[in-house]
Design a protein around this ligand. Structure first.
Ligand code: SAH
Length: 354
């Protein structure tokens, strides 16, 4: 069955035409799917009941179910665990900053990139998310929080550029003026550095912000942390980012997770400053979020600040990411893992959760 929430407005119009329906029906349906999104065909109250029935017989309608919501007592950050139609679970986060509200969404169930400090990758990749499953994270969070969503960051579990076609469809639907009409400038896509896809993305003319997970200023250290570094050399990754900046005019945001004793000394800071040179970019420093499966730790706050100072002294704008939702398993993939663990236990003991 075709999945209706992943169709573009034009494709939907084509489908409705093929069903012998008038054009305006397609607009009404698109509105129900994306502007004031509903969970079922029955809620599309301005359609004749017969048409709702025909749609239900012909299309599947993806809607995510929140199976757990955790709210941080420290800063109000909310973490959502959503169940997908096939029973997989993913996590998404809502954060409120003074400059607006952000939603962080997952792009895949699991991940196959293998970065060694990341919890999302521990069990490998299950599958990429469909466009509707990415959209629904945003739609459901809006419904559940009743808050505005100003920014969307594709920085949850998964490697978005490893799910390229679905990601692009998701972004085109999210920015569609007949739907949520979110500006491309409000969307950030974070990648570990899949070079060919960065070049492709530059040509899409979407005005997205690209965040590049750098994590090291030298090839050897980067290879220690990220297997993908062996496939694409640092120089190739930077050339792709430079091309992205030149083509789109959007400044690259380089992410740098600080892992104590591995990439966080002042020497590493100098190497990073040397690598980035006079580029017009921004560096986001993220003290590593320890996960129990690995024994990485973070340095003292003073050391992180000294790292930042080295960058700023050489003219590179750098911020230390404010940690959000520390009390609710903030790091990517941690909540999902603990939920799956408890679901497995509950199945063994016959308990019911939630
Ligand atoms: N696959 C994309 C999105 C991943 S998550 C990417 O690699 O960019 C977003 C950022 O969080 C990435 O920079 C990732 O390397 C980082 N990250 C993942 N786990 C982390 C942890 N435990 N501590 C600190 N940063 C982490």
């Amino acid at each position: 069955m075709k999945e209706i929430r992943s169709l573009s407005a034009e494709e939907l119009a084509g489908e409705l035409e093929a069903m012998g329906e008038k054009k305006f029906r397609a607009s009404q349906i698109f509105d129900w799917l994306h502007r004031r999104p509903v969970d079922s065909f029955d809620e599309m109250t301005n359609l004749p009941v017969s048409l709702r029935g025909r749609l239900a017989a012909q299309f599947s309608l993806v809607s995510l179910k929140a199976v757990n919501v955790l709210t941080s007592r420290i800063d109000g950050t909310k973490k959502f665990l959503f169940e997908l139609p096939d029973g997989n679970v993913i996590e998404s986060v809502w954060m409120s900053y003074h400059h607006g509200n952000s939603v962080c969404i997952s792009s895949q169930v699991g991940c196959r990139m293998g970065c060694c400090f990341c919890a999302s990758t521990l069990d490998g990749l299950v599958r990429g998310l469909k466009p509707s499953e990415m959209l629904e994270q945003v739609y459901q969070i809006r419904k559940l929080t009743k808050e505005r969503v100003d920014n969307i960051v594709v920085m949850g579990s998964g490697e978005p550029l490893d799910n390229y076609e679905n990601l692009l469809r998701f972004i085109r639907l999210l920015t569609d003026e007949r739907g949520q009409n979110i500006s491309g400038r409000s969307i950030t896509v974070s990648t570990c550095g899949l070079v060919p896809q960065i070049y492709r993305l530059a040509e899409e003319k979407l005005g997205l912000t690209l965040a590049l997970s750098l994590h090291a200023g030298d090839q050897e250290t980067r290879e220690k942390l990220m297997p993908i570094a062996r496939r694409y050399e640092l120089s190739e990754v930077l050339a792709a980012c430079d091309h992205y900046f030149e083509t789109t005019g959007r400044r690259i945001s380089y992410e740098y997770s600080l892992v104590h004793g591995v990439n966080d000394t002042l020497e590493h800071a100098k190497a990073l400053a040397g690598l980035l040179g006079k580029r017009n970019c921004h560096v986001n420093l993220i003290p590593v979020n320890p996960i129990k499966e690995r024994d990485f730790t973070r340095g003292a706050r003073k050391e992180t600040e000294a790292f930042q100072e080295v960058l700023e002294k050489s003219g590179i704008s750098a911020t230390i990411r404010r940690e959000m939702g520390r009390d609710i398993e903030g790091a990517c993939g941690q909540l999902r893992r603990s939920y799956l663990g408890s679901r497995a236990n509950a199945q063994e003991t016959g308990e019911v959760i939630l």
